[in-house]
Design a protein around this ligand. Sequence first.
Ligand code: GDD
Ligand code: MG
Length: 370
Amino acid sequence: MKAIILVGGEGLRLRPLTCNLPKPMVPIVNRPFLEHMVEHLKRHHIDEIILAICYLPDRIQQHFGDGSSFGVKLSYAVEQTPLGTGGAVKNAEQFLKDTFLVFNGDIFSDLDLTEMVRFHLAHKAKATIALTPVKDPTSYGVVELNSQNRVKGFIEKPSPERVTSNLINAGIYVLEPEMLELIPAGVRSMLERGLFPDLVKRGIPFYGYQSHAYWLDTGKPDDYFKLNHDLLMGKVVSRLPGKAVTDGIWAEAGCKIHPSVKLTGPIVMGRGCIIKQNAKISGPTVLGNRSIIGQGCILDEAILWQNVKLGKDVSVKNSVIGNDTTVKDNTWVTDGSIIGDDVTIGSGNKLEHGIKVWARKTIEDNAISF
Ligand code: GDD
Ligand code: MG
């Protein structure tokens, strides 16, 4: 069976993490977001995947190629200008001749896809949409079902007074290929504002598949922290990279950890990390490949991307630090701060309150003081 993943968005809300990187390539526990998705599909024997791509397609294509190193067959449907969720699926029509799956490319879920497809076929549905309950449905597609799980209402991002259910569109669909005939070609359209309300209106068999599987929309920085944490805490089915060296500590090859270092898991370390004496690291924490953690550093709920260098007595708490960034001695990065790629932060600074530092910036010594 084939699946199409919609990866056209820019991920603006995750900036500066997405300044140099399309959102699907943002690392989640040291592997691009999209790699986790591909693995989830493979677990359900879905190994032909189409990526509907628009923003920075080269980065994604360079990493995934034809998919063979990931055990799948990948094709690309590239849009010159964003065609919306409907237009993007229509643009891949040539690949979609049988029942197929569609995924929003920014949701993380361990939903049982095999069961969902079985449900779709058993109901002889033309379209089936996965549903998940949320507290505030107003920023999602809200779905109303009848007692047979047939969709009787679909409203995208309703105002609070129009909310009729707490079940929302989880961004995973099973569609029959004839649904493509209902999507206009070559123009921007949204499944959520076009096809889905249309199916309800026309009385075409359209079903909702409810589940309590893990589900997270990863649009905002808080969700980015949550997703890394949940993976490390084992709240979602996934595979952590590296080998389990002791309880709750996973490390890839070539890590050097001074014997005085105190580690409290869960911690994942990429290849070739160096952790110097008296450093203290508490999980959930991720160290990207070639991280260097200086003497006496304290890390707690930290997410470091690749090649991050921390000087002596640096403290990183509840924050993300991008690729190739250096933080010099006695600096604190705390409280949901997000530091972009290639940044240099001088010594004696205190970054907190969710501060965001854009890529390639330099902060002088003692510029943001205690
Ligand atoms: N190829 C392509 N082209 N992909 C696109 C385009 C486009 O023009 N526009 C959006 N996408 C991709 C995004 O990258 C994302 O992966 C997915 O389609 C959904 O778009 P978002 O912009 O993230 O939509 P949303 O989060 O506001 O709402 C959607 O997701 C909710 C669940 O997270 C809707 O599907 C809601 O109904 C749903 O509840
Ligand atoms: Mg989204």
